[in-house]
Design a protein around this ligand. Structure first.
Ligand code: F3S
Length: 278
């Protein structure tokens, strides 16, 4: 069986940057996991003593540094941190900062804010917190949007990891129904590149293995795209591999989410080779 990696996969610019910041910071804590990959989080804890806490109240006085993670945090939490005697190292991806800034600016200008994304995702919790008023609405589809009575002036942003075609449905509806719609394309290129590459490879592969955290939305997107074309599996580590999957398969495609380190991709490829060659 042949194993082929997608043309583009794995760590994006923002995650590479956050991991480098964490490695340089040492002995720090992150508020929530720095990135969506449990194994990389473990490596940072073991090798660099960078651990994570799940709330500001758990940051005790012995901790001198806190890293704000790639997805950003709500504005109030950032303010709470600033009131503590602690060094704040901001690893929020610049592409996540952008929708935060837009929401702040457009809400100040009096626009209703529509955010296309998942309200439970940390990035969206952070982005919506930048609105200076309460008229901020998070939707996942047009159906949800139809239930909201918006004012005539609307600004809209998208979660960085969303599909552009889905965002277009939202913006289409808004433009057809409201007088002024300011559309900001905040979807990140890294996501496009990994998605295009997984689609291309899944078309020719018999099986696709997508590597990444099961709580990572961009990894799930890659998995959903791959599943449209061939048998696909989303795994976090090599122990989840089942040799049965590869029976009678000629080409196995590999892709990985934006939070998946290269060392993990290589480890999984070695494991696939091991189970398919014995
Ligand atoms: Fe940033 Fe895009 Fe990665 S938003 S964290 S570069 S997927």
């Amino acid at each position: 069986m042949l194993i082929k990696k997608a043309k583009s996969y794995g760590f994006c610019f923002g995650v590479k940057r956050a991991v480098e910041i964490a490695e340089d910071s040492k002995n720090a804590v992150t508020l929530g996991p720095l990135i969506h990959n449990p194994l990389e989080i473990k490596r940072l804890a073991q090798n660099y003593n960078v651990n994570y806490v799940d709330s500001i109240d758990k940051i005790d006085d012995n901790i001198k540094r806190v890293i704000v993670r790639t997805h950003g945090i709500p504005k109030k939490e950032l303010e709470k941190l600033k009131n503590k005697n602690i060094e704040i190292i901001d690893a929020t991806c610049p592409f996540v900062k952008k929708p935060q800034e837009i929401v702040e600016e457009m809400s100040k200008a009096g626009y209703d804010i529509v955010i296309f994304g998942d309200i439970n995702h940390p990035e969206i919790k952070g982005v919506m917190s930048y609105s200076v008023h309460e008229r901020v609405f998070v939707v996942l589809d047009v159906k949800e949007l139809k239930n909201i009575k918006l004012k005539e002036h609307i600004a809209t942003v998208a979660q960085t990891t969303r599909k552009i075609n889905d965002y277009l449905k939202i913006t289409d509806y808004l433009i057809q129904n409201y007088k002024e719609v300011r559309v900001f394309n905040t979807i990140c290129n890294a996501t496009f590149e990994n998605q295009d590459a997984v689609r291309e490879l899944a078309k020719e592969a018999d099986i696709m293995i997508i590597i990444g955290g099961k709580n990572s939305s961009n990894t799930k997107q890659l998995y959903n795209i791959a599943s449209e074309y061939c048998e696909s599996y989303l795994i976090e580590n090599e122990n989840e591999i089942n040799p049965e999957w590869f029976k009678n398969k000629k080409l196995c495609g590999i892709s990985a989410g934006a939070s998946t380190p290269e060392w993990l991709v290589e480890k999984i490829i070695s494991k696939i080779k091991e189970v398919t060659w014995n």
